[in-house]
Design a protein around this ligand. Structure first.
Ligand code: PLP
Length: 441
C-alpha cells in the first residue's frame, strides 16, 4: 500500500500556506520533493509592480511573473475591461462561431502586426500558438499540392514551449532529454551564440529548400536559453533567404512581443514580415491566458475550399479566443499606445544598460551582459560546476525584496515595461549586493 501523502497534509495548520501548497499543487519545472524547503513565495495579492506574499512582504516583480506582465499588476483600465466583459459574456466558442470582442481584438491586432493581411487563430498558451503554426505550415504545402515539404529548420538553443511539437523545435538540453524519443527530428543549425549562425542557417535553407516547410526562429533574442542576442541584420538575412527559396518563416514572438525589446514586435526592428507569427505571454498584459497564431493572407488562402473539405484546418482549443482575455488584450493594446509604453521602454532600457555597465559588468563574477530593450541576461561565471550561483544570487535578491529567477547561471532581468527610474535602481541595487555576497571568495 502507498502512503496517502495528500490527505496527511490537508487540514493541517491553515496558515501553513507552503505546506498546504506542497500537499496538493504540482508546480511546473519544479522538483516537488524539495519544493517546500526552497523557500517558495506564496503570493496573495499585488499592487503596481509589487507582489505581496501571505506574510505581507513586498517584492518588485522583476521577472514580470515569468515574462507575461507588461504594465504592472492591478491596472485599473484592465480591471475595468475585464469586469465590463464579464457582465456581457465570459466565453463563447470560436469553433464555427464568432464573438464581438474577439473580432474587435483581431481588427486591432491586424493594424499592428508585421504580417501581410493577417488572420488570427487564437489559443491560450504560447506553446499552442507554436504548435498551430507548425501544423499550419505543414498543411500549407499539402494544400498547395507541393509534396515533400515536411521538415522544419530550427536553431540551436531554441525554446518554443513544452508541448511535444514545440519541444521538437526546441534544442532540448538536459531537462527535456527524457522526451527525445517522442520528438520529431528537425534540421538544426547553430543559434545566436555562434556569430556565424545566420550564414549557416541561410546555407541550410538553400540546401534543404525542397524539404523545408518552414524555418522557425525567436527573432532578435533567444529568451529561455539565457537571453542570447543577435543583430537585426542577421535575422533579416535569414528572412531574405526564406523568401528567395520559398520557405515559410515563422517568428515566435511569444517572449519578444508587445514592446519587450523596444518595438512592439522584434520582427519590426529586423525588417522582416514573417508568414506566420506566434503571440502569447504579454498579449493580455499578464492578466489572462491568451495566445495567437498569426497567418499571412497567402498562407490563410491555401486553406480555403469546400465545406468540410481536406483544405480545412482541423485544429482548435476549447478556450481559444476567450472573451475575457480578448477584452483585456484589446484594452492592453490601447494602453500601450495611450501611455507611450514603447518610448518608456527605450528610456528605461538605456538607464538600465548604463547601470549594468557601471555596476554589474565590472564584477569579477560576471561573464557577460546581454540586453535588448527590457529583456536582460546577466551571465555569471562560476569557477566550477555545481555552485548554483544563478539560484543563489536570485535567492539573495528575493531576500532583498526583488523577485528574480535564473536560467542556470544566467540571472534574468525582465521587469514590467512600466518600471520606474527608482525601481530600476532598486533592482540593480539588489542584484549587485547579491552578486557580491554570493560570489565573493
Ligand atoms: C514562453 C515561451 C513559449 C511558450 O509559451 P507558454 O505560454 O509558456 O506555453 C514559446 N516560445 C517562446 C519564445 C517563449 O518564450
Amino acid at each position: 500500500m502507498t502512503a496517502d501523502r495528500t490527505s496527511d497534509r490537508i487540514g493541517s495548520d491553515p496558515s501553513d500556506w507552503v505546506g498546504r501548497d506542497a500537499a496538493v499543487v504540482w508546480h511546473g519545472f519544479t522538483q516537488m520533493g524539495v519544493y517546500a524547503e526552497n523557500a517558495p513565495l506564496v503570493i496573495d495579492r499585488a499592487e503596481g509592480r509589487e507582489l505581496i506574499d501571505v506574510d505581507g512582504r513586498r517584492y518588485l516583480d522583476a521577472i514580470s511573473s515569468l515574462w507575461v506582465n507588461t504594465l504592472g499588476h492591478g491596472v485599473p483600465e484592465l480591471d475595468a475591461a475585464l469586469m465590463a466583459q464579464a457582465a456581457k459574456v465570459a466565453h463563447s466558442t470560436m469553433l464555427g462561431n464568432g464573438n464581438t470582442v474577439v473580432i474587435e481584438l483581431a481588427e486591432a491586432l491586424a493594424g499592428v502586426v508585421p504580417v501581410d493581411n493577417p488572420h488570427f487563430l487564437f489559443a491560450a498558451d504560447g506553446a499552442v500558438a507554436v504548435e498551430q503554426a507548425l501544423k499550419i505550415a505543414f498543411q500549407y504545402w499539402v494544400n498547395r499540392g507541393t509534396p515533400g515539404r515536411t521538415q522544419f529548420l530550427a536553431l540551436g538553443d531554441a525554446y518554443h514551449g513544452d508541448t511535444v511539437g514545440s519541444l521538437s523545435l526546441g534544442d532540448g538540453g538536459v531537462f527535456s532529454a527524457v522526451f527525445d524519443p517522442l520528438c520529431f527530428p528537425v534540421v538544426r543549425t547553430p543559434g545566436y551564440a555562434d556569430p556565424g549562425w545566420s550564414a549557416k542557417a541561410c546555407a541550410a535553407v538553400e540546401a534543404h529548400a525542397g524539404e523545408l516547410a518552414a524555418v522557425v526562429i525567436e527573432p532578435l533574442v533567444q529568451g529561455a536559453s539565457g537571453m542570447l542576442c543577435t543583430t537585426p541584420s542577421d535575422v533579416r538575412a535569414l528572412g531574405e533567404a526564406c523568401r528567395a527559396h520559398d520557405v515559410l518563416l515563422v517568428c515566435d514572438e511569444v517572449a519578444t512581443g508587445f514592446g519587450r525589446t523596444g518595438t512592439l514586435f522584434a520582427s519590426e526592428q529586423c525588417g522582416i514580415r514573417p508568414d506566420l507569427m506566434c503571440l502569447g505571454k504579454g498579449i493580455t498584459g499578464g492578466y489572462l491566458a491568451l495566445s495567437a497564431t498569426v497567418a499571412s493572407d497567402e498562407v490563410f488562402a491555401s486553406f480555403l475550399g469546400p465545406d468540410l473539405g481536406p483544405q480545412t484546418f482541423f485544429h482548435g482549443h476549447s478556450y481559444g479566443g476567450n472573451a475575457l482575455a480578448a477584452a483585456v488584450a484589446l484594452a492592453h493594446l490601447r494602453l500601450i499606445e495611450d501611455w507611450d509604453v514603447l518610448a518608456r521602454v527605450r528610456q528605461r532600457a538605456s538607464q538600465l544598460a548604463g547601470l549594468l555597465q557601471s555596476r554589474i559588468a565590472p564584477l569579477g563574477a560576471v561573464a557577460e551582459i546581454r540586453q535588448r530593450g527590457l529583456m536582460v541576461g546577466v551571465e555569471l561565471a562560476p569557477p566550477g560546476p555545481g555552485l548554483r550561483w544563478g539560484r543563489r544570487v536570485c535567492a539573495g535578491a528575493v531576500a532583498r525584496g526583488v523577485l528574480l529567477r535564473p536560467l542556470g547561471d544566467v540571472v534574468v532581468l525582465m521587469p514590467p515595461l512600466t518600471i520606474t527610474e527608482d525601481e530600476i535602481v532598486r533592482m540593480v541595487d539588489a542584484l549587485e549586493e547579491s552578486v557580491r555576497e554570493v560570489t565573493s571568495p
